[in-house]
Design a protein around this ligand. Structure first.
Ligand SMILES: Nc1nc2c(c(=O)[nH]1)N[C@H]1C(S)=C(S)[C@@H](COP(=O)(O)O)O[C@H]1N2
Ligand SMILES: [Mo]
Length: 517
């Protein structure tokens, strides 16, 4: 049992455990490629054309499986080596693991549009590798000091049993992680494929005249007026994105209603769809933060659905529930008044992306997401605030979540150096379902200067979106601090008092420092 062969075999198993752990984390976090595949892709990119052509001529379409198999073999060999090296001390055995991890990390980061999340499968793999290796070889070290047996066999029966038990446990965990990872990936691929086939009678949404006021400042950090789905902030408690087949999906509306109704996806999609620009934001958005986005949503008005069900007197809330059990309670009034509270099926002219609630989510202008914007929506219960508690209100957040009037400076970025003279200051401001009346900036505590406001949609949803603003200020050579504040159409001007996001949204003025010379 203490032979290098045994250690090598245990090391190989630990490497397989690492590959499986990385796959599970990859699938859960929806990282596009496994680190092994990332390394393979990197190899392809770095192989000179003629060499690649020659090799492809040799192996034909087997090139990719062979390449991935080759990388896996290297990982396995590194595992065997790490196992053998445990006989020489833990430090040595960590070396092959470290080398493989560094290559995996570099390849993961080299993928197009890679972010720090793409490192997590690598980190999980390395962690699982070291833990598994430690578990598997530990009994070898703890072998009681007994005299060598006459038959020359090393170790004892009890060590052997412990090792075998641990081999069984690690192998089982490896199999579970690998199978779970594959199942999660497959479920997601299936729903993605279904989603691509969904056709909805919606448009891509035309940007209102003059709304996109900051196109020329995009390079400097100004957000586009329409937030693309890929750039839209994502906040939810779901570890793995729920994968819902629209064919199986149903929305139930019940509680204090005259008649309970249950609707399928096709039924909803063939009702009259309302389309509107709505800016969504998160209560956890700090002053100056980017947990806010503006999109063209398409869906069925909740007021219409509630009217069909017939709301009974005495109700003042609707408890929304998602497929994964998340809940929020929304004031009934916000769902039945004239605003465009929607069971949304589309975002920017496409079926909702999985991350943003496919096949259906709520969008309610004027309320923070945590009290209104259930993704993967399956249930609406008409009820009373006094009778229910929802996910975040149980955790200390306010039951009421009207969006606070807020403004943000996007240009210049904090710490920028600019030529002295005229400096353009620009950004966004929002007060959904109230509307922005005025945005002002002040340089170095000087007088408030009104900014020029961009356009908003015509008609009833004109107050439901953010507004872009820009202004030129004088900035002589030196260090400067620029401050912004917005006034909404109710006449309220943002308070300077800085308050944290808990329990009902941050307050205070956003400030940015820059210098000119
Ligand atoms: N099912 C579900 N829906 C949810 C949440 C959640 O955790 N689970 N989070 C809410 C919060 S706090 C916000 S701010 C919005 C964010 O929506 P987005 O991720 O599409 O930007 O979704 C809301 N809907
Ligand atoms: Mo949120």
């Amino acid at each position: 049992m203490r032979s290098p062969w045994a250690r090598g075999a245990l090391g190989g198993l630990a490497a397989i455990a690492a590959v499986a752990a990385a796959e599970l984390v990859r699938a859960v976090l929806h990282v596009r490629v496994h680190p092994v595949v990332a390394v393979s892709e990197e190899v392809v990119e770095r192989t000179p054309g003629p060499v690649a052509d020659f090799l492809i001529g040799l192996v034909g379409t087997w090139d990719k499986p062979l390449l991935i198999g080759g990388v896996l073999a290297v990982v396995l060999l590194a595992g065997v080596l790490a196992g053998v090296l445990t006989g020489y001390g833990a430090g040595w055995s960590a070396l092959p693991v470290g080398v493989v991890t560094v290559f995996g990390a570099l390849a993961a980061l080299a993928r197009p549009a890679a972010g720090s999340a793409d490192l997590l499968p690598v980190v999980a793999g390395a962690g699982a590798w070291l833990v598994a290796l430690g578990l598997l070889v530990a009994p070898l070290r703890r072998t009681p000091a007994v005299a060598p047996r006459p038959d020359g066999a090393s170790g004892t029966g009890s060590t052997r049993r412990t090792v075998l038990a641990r081999v069984g446990a690690v192998a089982a965990a490896t199999a579970v992680a690998g199978i779970a990872g594959r199942a999660i990936s497959r479920a997601r691929d299936t729903v993605e494929a279904t989603r691509r086939l969904v056709r909805l009678p919606v448009t891509a949404g035309a940007i209102p005249d003059g709304a996109d006021l900051l196109e020329d400042l995009r390079e400097d950090g100004a957000a586009p007026w329409r937030t693309r789905a890929a750039d839209f902030y994502r906040i939810d408690t779901a570890l793995a994105v729920p994968t819902i087949d629209p064919e199986q999906w149903q929305l139930r509306i019940h509680g204090m209603v005259d008649r309970e109704i249950v609707l399928g996806f096709d039924e909803l999609a063939t009702m009259e769809l309302t389309q509107a620009w709505v800016t969504l934001c998160c209560v956890s958005n700090p002053v100056g933060g980017d947990l806010v986005g503006n999109a063209w949503w398409g869906g069925v008005r909740v007021a219409e659905l509630l009217a069909r069900a017939g709301v009974r007197p005495g109700a003042d809330a609707v408890l929304q529930t998602s497929e994964d059990g998340w809940t929020c309670a929304t004031p009934l009034a916000a769902l039945t008044d004239e605003r465009n509270a929607l069971v949304a099926l589309a975002m920017n002219g496409e079926p909702l992306p999985l991350e943003h609630g496919f096949p259906a989510r709520m969008v309610v202008p004027g309320l923070y997401g945590y009290v209104s914007a259930t993704k993967w929506l399956v249930d609406l219960e008409v009820t009373r605030f006094a009778d229910v508690e929802a996910y975040w209100t149980q955790r200390g957040w306010s039951p009421e979540g009207p969006v606070r009037t807020m403004s943000r400076i996007d240009v210049p970025r904090s710490g920028t150096r600019l030529p002295a003279g005229k400096v353009t200051v620009a950004g966004v401001a929002w007060a959904q379902h109230t509307g922005i009346e005025r945005v002002e900036v002040s340089v170095d505590g000087g007088p408030w200067v009104p900014a020029r406001l961009g356009g908003v949609p015509d008609g009833p949803s004109s107050e439901d979106t953010w507004v872009q603003w820009r202004v030129e200020v004088d900035a002589p050579a030196g260090d400067h601090l620029v401050t912004v504040r917005a006034t909404d159409r109710s006449g309220y001007t943002q308070t300077a008092v800085r308050r944290d996001v808990v329990p009902d949204g941050a307050t205070g003025w956003h400030e940015v420092d820059f210098s000119t010379d």
